[in-house]
Design a protein around this ligand. Structure first.
Ligand SMILES: Cc1cc2nc3c(=O)[nH]c(=O)nc-3n(C[C@H](O)[C@H](O)[C@H](O)COP(=O)(O)O)c2cc1C
Length: 223
């Protein structure tokens, strides 16, 4: 079982990295293979809003974000981690999310499981963790939980054993959910209206965006 961690902090040993590593540790103890990718170390481009992905099924950039997306598709579980930057995710994390618009249109993470971590100086860590989980659900995944920490100084998370312990538990929980193929009826209910509105979009834009239409047809979602 593969668990992929995506670190959205530019600080590779910062608070978010410590919390994300806690989730990875919990997942490894439960028997999973883990890998963390730090977005800040990659060659990335912002989404150009060109709709190339909807039309052709892949982005026109051939940069490292495409490799991250391949790893996401290859993983059984995905854990997103971001510091709170001006009330939301970091630019690094948002870049990955924006570049995954095709994942959302085609629910490419359906059947996978996710979780999120966030850290903040003062507040909004819970909201930002939930925002990341909502993104994963928009891509079709089920999310098993989130861990956040706030009110911590730079690089001080190692002094918060309780937060790291919660992260370790979350990693174990993620692996258990994947093993059991756990169902989340309330999340399935959240997926349903999004699927319905996306279906209309896919049908209406059949000529303009043949790749997403083809994907929906292959999945049998248009019947
Ligand atoms: C550019 C920037 C913006 C930030 N914005 C917020 C914010 O809006 N709210 C908050 O509580 N903390 C904010 N912080 C503090 C970070 O969220 C906090 O220190 C976090 O734990 C840093 O994570 P890291 O160690 O993984 O980089 C900000 C920090 C930076 C550098």
């Amino acid at each position: 079982m593969k668990i992929l961690g995506i670190l959205g902090s530019p600080r590779s040993r910062g608070n978010t990295a410590i919390l994300l590593e806690g989730v990875m540790e919990g997942a490894r103890r439960a028997g999973a293979e883990t890998r963390v990718i730090s977005v800040a170390s990659l060659d990335t481009n912002f989404c150009a809003g060109c709709s190339h992905c909807f039309r052709y099924g892949q982005c026109h950039y051939r940069d490292d974000v495409e490799k991250v997306k391949e790893k996401m598709l290859d993983a059984d579980g995905i854990v997103l981690g971001s510091p709170v930057y001006i009330g939301t995710v970091s630019a690094q994390m948002k870049t990955i999310m924006d570049r995954c618009a095709y994942f959302i249109h085609c629910f490419l993470l359906a059947g996978k499981y996710g979780a999120a971590v966030a850290t903040a100086g003062a507040g909004q860590a819970e909201e930002v963790a939930e925002f990341q989980n909502r993104f994963l659900r928009m891509c079709g995944a089920y999310t098993v939980g989130a861990v956040w920490a706030k009110g911590i100084g730079t690089g001080k998370l190692q002094d918060e054993p309780e937060a790291v312990a919660r992260a370790i538990n979350l990693g174990a929980e993620l692996v258990a959910a994947i093993r059991e193929r756990r169902e989340y009826p309330e999340q399935a209910a959240e997926h349903a209206p999004l699927r319905e509105s996306m279906k209309q979009l896919v049908l209406e834009s059949r000529e303009e965006y043949p790749a997403q239409y083809a994907h929906w047809s292959e999945q049998g979602w248009l019947e």
